[in-house]
Design a binder for this molecule. Structure first.
Ligand code: NI
Ligand code: MN
Length: 229
């Protein structure tokens, strides 16, 4: 059993009924977030890259729950300096957590943390392929379309993919349709759109195009859950 809950922007929790994780917890900075960082109870905090709309409340949540931040080595080094437990990884690597296996995969994106006009190097951006509750999903992080999404689809029996559709910083709708096809995932949830004015996208257009490709599109509002059948 695998249930994911959309907490707005690129943030999801995932649970198998026993363990829970959160990915890219951008909550306190997001006016559309249905949850507060104080409410989050998880066993690990995954971060795809160092931009503030992904790192978000990761350090706070990891410390409150006494659980690791998982991310690229440079990003986790920053989190360790800020008092967190960490689980560093790099793209291509796998790690077995108590809840299941995670593979870090590439993403085509930047990863610097910008604070007070200064950029801190946080390693490279990534996505995650997570197996939990005997189901496997792909959270693409922020990324442009790249050909090795086919490889991610070929190497993993994906049953769900969360793909960005907002454009400007990531894939837009049409590229994300190609990504969905390439990952061979029967179920797709759009993310990283409509949070800001510059990443407006039409999720229903995305759903129509996926439907034509015989892929199920699940448009979640912040707070909505989806259980993989
Ligand atoms: Ni980003
Ligand atoms: Mn972003």
């Amino acid at each position: 059993m695998l249930t994911v809950k959309y907490l707005g922007h690129a943030c999801f929790t995932a649970t198998d009924g026993t363990s829970s994780i959160i990915i890219d917890p951008f909550l306190s900075g997001n006016a559309n977030s249905p949850a507060t960082a104080e409410d989050i109870k998880v066993d690990a905090v995954f971060v795809t890259h160092g931009h503030s709309d992904h790192l978000g409340d990761a350090i706070y949540i990891a410390k409150c729950n006494d659980v690791p931040v998982v991310g690229a080595s440079e990003l986790t080094s920053y989190c360790k300096d800020n008092g967190c437990k960490i689980q560093p990884m790099q793209p291509g690597g796998k790690w077995n957590f108590e809840f299941g296996e995670v593979r870090m995969v590439p993403a085509l994106h930047g990863s610097g943390l910008i604070e007070h006009g200064r950029v801190t190097y946080m390693g490279i951006a990534c996505g995650y392929v997570v197996t939990m509750g005997e189901r496997t999903f792909y959270h693409a992080g922020d990324t442009g379309l790249f050909g090795d999404m086919r490889l991610i689809g070929d190497l993993n029996n994906l049953e769900l993919a969360m793909l960005p559709i907002g454009g400007q910083y990531t894939m837009g709708v049409d590229d994300a349709v190609l990504a969905a096809v390439w990952t061979h995932s029967p179920n797709v949830i759009p993310m990283h759109y409509n949070t800001f004015d510059t990443i407006r996208a039409d999720a229903s257009d995305f759903a129509r195009k996926l439907d034509a490709a015989k892929i199920n599109c699940h448009i979640l509002q912040p707070g909505d859950e989806y259980t993989v059948p």
